[in-house]
Design a protein around this ligand. Structure first.
Ligand code: TRP
Length: 449
């Protein structure tokens, strides 16, 4: 059977940017910036994105496009009969775990989108109530499960429609809408009186704030945001045409992701400062602090609808990319039809997601290694699966694959002279700098430096 590919360059980039741009940019990035002290964190984050994450993204592209296989099949194809296939297995299991808890937060954005459409933030201007609203919502049993199920269903339906007709089409329409909406919100936020303090918080670094923790958090965020180390980009790259220049597609994806994170920062921070609130409210920043702001901002009702719509679109295009990893595996390695593969992955992630969701309420006493189920999944993936996955991917490309093959794939058989020059630097990073840097940061985080 002929394997499906992305139909156009624009479509492929929109799909990959859709994977990268998600809750990581709109929910995680802003609260980490708040927790780790603003511009200094952003500076390190940008540095790591280009120095380490982009080369790792290229590694995933090289493995995916060369093998034209799903994440498990790719390692079997490029290193037949070796233990590397276990790295492939890890690359299929990791996104299933991430999807499970990611869709819970996706479900919250479904709920908040509905709430914003009924103007429930603006009609309720009592600040205390809005903060309690989030806590009581996530700890309830049924409401979050409803949003979670809807979110996961939407993901499964788009993936079920295939690469061109589902994933690519959805990304091509939704990503431009997403950019426009977030730019509009950023303009509103930056023109509030008192916004300038928020802007300098984002752009004026205080380098004395940089320490090991900030570096580890910035690296983790950079991997998370570019969907690295979990077979996602690898699987998408396997649908990229052989003629495509992967150096430029990868750079476009990384730049779009970074720009989007900064625009999201500009949409959130200036408003937080303008209303005299704290940027350090952690994961509740988007779901607690922002509704409070929307309830007081001129035209806040409309801005709230736009914001939660954007959050929802961003989250769905990312969950689609993780979902596809498992589906591609089921279709190509297990011989299932695409429809049954979607049903299978839906059932697994739905059940695990229910456990994650309930761990904020009825199951909050169930602890795995001292964490609630949700926190365990979150820490397991952000601190271990992604970092170890990325390390193994660079080691595979740098030390297991033949240099000539890697160069051939990166330069399309030598047809792109600029890529040939870039390859010299890339090879050094892939072979030495990236593995050592990941190892140092991983270990220093592990022993708590
Ligand atoms: N990058 C996405 C975001 O920023 C999330 C994501 C999609 C992801 N696929 C992934 C994270 C794979 C880690 C691994 O929200």
């Amino acid at each position: 059977m002929q394997r499906e590919n992305f139909g156009s360059r624009f479509g492929a980039i929109m799909a990959m940017a859709g994977s990268a741009i998600g809750l990581g940019n709109m929910w995680r990035f802003p609260y980490l910036v708040g927790e780790y002290g603003g511009a200094a964190f952003i500076f390190i984050y940008i540095l790591f994105s280009f120095l380490l994450s982009l080369p790792i993204l290229y590694c995933e592209f090289i493995i995916g496009r060369r093998s034209q296989k799903n994440a498990f099949g790719a390692f079997k194809e490029l290193a037949p009969g070796t233990k590397w296939k276990w790295v492939g297995a890890l690359s299929v299991i990791a996104p299933v775990i991430i999807t499970s808890y990611y869709c819970v937060i996706g479900g919250w954005s479904v709920e908040y989108f509905f709430r914003s459409c009924t103007f429930s933030f603006t009609s309720n201007s009592d600040g205390m109530d809005l903060t309690n609203m989030f806590g009581s919502f996530i700890s309830s049993t049924w409401a979050p499960l409803f949003g979670h199920t809807l979110f996961l269903l939407l993901t499964a339906v788009v993936v079920g429609k295939g690469i061109k007709g589902g994933i690519e089409k959805f990304g091509k329409v939704m990503m431009p809408v997403l950019f426009i909406v977030v730019i509009l919100i950023a303009v509103r936020s930056m023109t509030l009186s008192g916004a300038s303090e928020g802007i300098s918080y984002l752009f004026k670094p205080d380098f004395s704030k940089i320490d090991g923790k900030v570096c580890a958090a910035a690296l983790g965020q950079s991997f998370f945001s570019l969907s690295l180390g979990c077979g996602t980009m690898l699987t998408y790259a396997s649908y990229v045409s052989r003629k495509e220049n992967i150096a430029s597609s990868g750079a476009s994806t990384a730049v779009a992701d970074l720009c989007f994170a900064m625009i999201a920062g500009c949409a959130i921070m200036p408003a937080v400062f303008a209303f005299g609130l704290s940027p350090q409210s952690g994961p509740g920043l988007v779901f607690e602090t922002l509704p409070l702001i929307f309830s007081q901002m001129p035209a806040g009702g409309i801005v709230a609808i736009l914001f939660f719509l954007a959050l929802l679109i961003a989250a769905v295009t990312s969950s689609i990319s993780m979902f596809e990893v498992g589906v591609a595996y089921c279709v190509e390695e297990r011989g299932m039809s695409r429809k049954w593969a979607c049903v299978t992955i839906f059932m697994i992630t739905w059940v695990l997601g229910i456990l994650c969701s309930l761990s904020f309420g009825p199951l909050s006493d169930v602890k795995l290694f001292g964490n609630t189920i949700f926190n365990f999944f979150d820490k397991l993936s952000a601190n271990y699966l992604m970092t170890i996955g990325s390390l193994l991917v660079v080691l595979f490309v740098g030390w297991k694959m033949k240099k000539a093959d890697v160069e051939d794939e990166f330069t399309n058989g030598g047809t792109f002279p600029a890529n040939r020059r870039l390859f010299k630097v890339l090879w050094l990073i892939i072979r030495w700098i990236a593995p050592l840097a990941i190892l140092v940061i991983f270990l220093s985080n592990l022993i708590g430096l």
